[in-house]
Design a protein around this ligand. Structure first.
Ligand code: MG
Length: 266
């Protein structure tokens, strides 16, 4: 009996000694740690000269449209043909008869800036009011790919996963920061392209972070595949892809774009 009590006491002492020495050694480590231990000096971020104002292209941006011409663009229907939208007064306006246009260059992951304007005399309602689209990856002609919707969503009711700021029929924008028709809107996008295995299966999904007029509308949103007008989305293997702008056939007056640039992230 006495022996049992002594054994129990011994274990308590032993446990206390272990606990005490652990705490003491942690304390000793903390007291000998220096600020320099957690400082990282390499690799140094590259120097980028920012634009002169918010929205202006930084020094490492690829300029896709600066008001002069569509030299960086082709017809999405026939990539050998020029993009036949109308450039005037430093903006480019959709030519619905000419169809979608897309970049000559292809991209993987990037940061993107684009400004767009619904004309003041816009007409129509729902999806038939200033409909266009920014395809973050164009995987074929017409509307194949991953569309960030462009639409007049200023006092214009439609299904919420199809309004401006939506990844079409997949995301509901986190806010509606639209300006009035006639005013310029700005999209800033961070696009993480999907990655595929050799057999075509999905390795990692696509993500989009989108600011509309500097307000967050999609926060690292995980896409379920290509955006589709009808049916459920699914992924289809591709590698690099152009960025596409939509000439939607709604009968409302065409919309305009300006100041388009991209920064590649891979
Ligand atoms: Mg659209």
């Amino acid at each position: 009996m006495l022996l049992d009590i002594m054994r129990a006491q011994m274990w308590k002492v032993f446990a206390f000694v272990i606990l005490f020495s652990t705490v003491a050694s942690l304390y000793a480590q903390q007291s000998t740690a220096k600020p320099e231990d957690t400082e990282v000096w390499q690799p140094e971020p590259k120097v980028v000269t920012p634009g002169a104002y918010c929205g202006a292209p930084p020094s490492d941006a690829i300029i896709l449209f600066d008001g002069k011409n569509l030299d960086e663009w082709v017809s999405a229907q026939d990539r050998a043909a020029p993009a036949k939208w109308i450039v005037a007064n430093s903006v480019v306006t959709v030519n619905k008869a000419a169809g979608n246009i897309e970049t000559k260059r292809t991209f993987r992951n990037y940061q993107f800036h684009l400004e767009w304007r619904i004309p003041e005399n816009i007409s129509g309602s729902g999806q038939l009011r200033g409909n266009s689209g920014l395809f973050l990856a164009s995987t074929g002609p017409e509307d194949a790919g991953y569309e960030l919707q462009i639409l007049d969503s200023y006092n214009n009711k439609t299904y919420v996963n199809g309004m401006a700021g939506s990844l079409y029929k997949q995301s509901i924008p986190l806010a509606n920061p639209m300006r009035k028709p006639g005013e310029w809107q700005a999209y800033d996008v961070v696009w993480t392209a999907p990655v595929f295995n050799a057999d075509g299966s999905l390795k990692s999904p696509a993500y989009a972070t989108v600011f509309l007029n500097s307000v967050l509308v999609d926060n690292h949103f995980e896409l379920k595949g290509e955006t589709r007008y009808i049916g459920q989305p699914f992924y289809k293997k591709f590698d690099r892809a152009p960025i596409k702008l939509q000439a939607h056939d709604d009968p409302s007056p065409p919309i305009s774009f300006r100041n388009i640039w991209v920064r590649e992230l891979d």
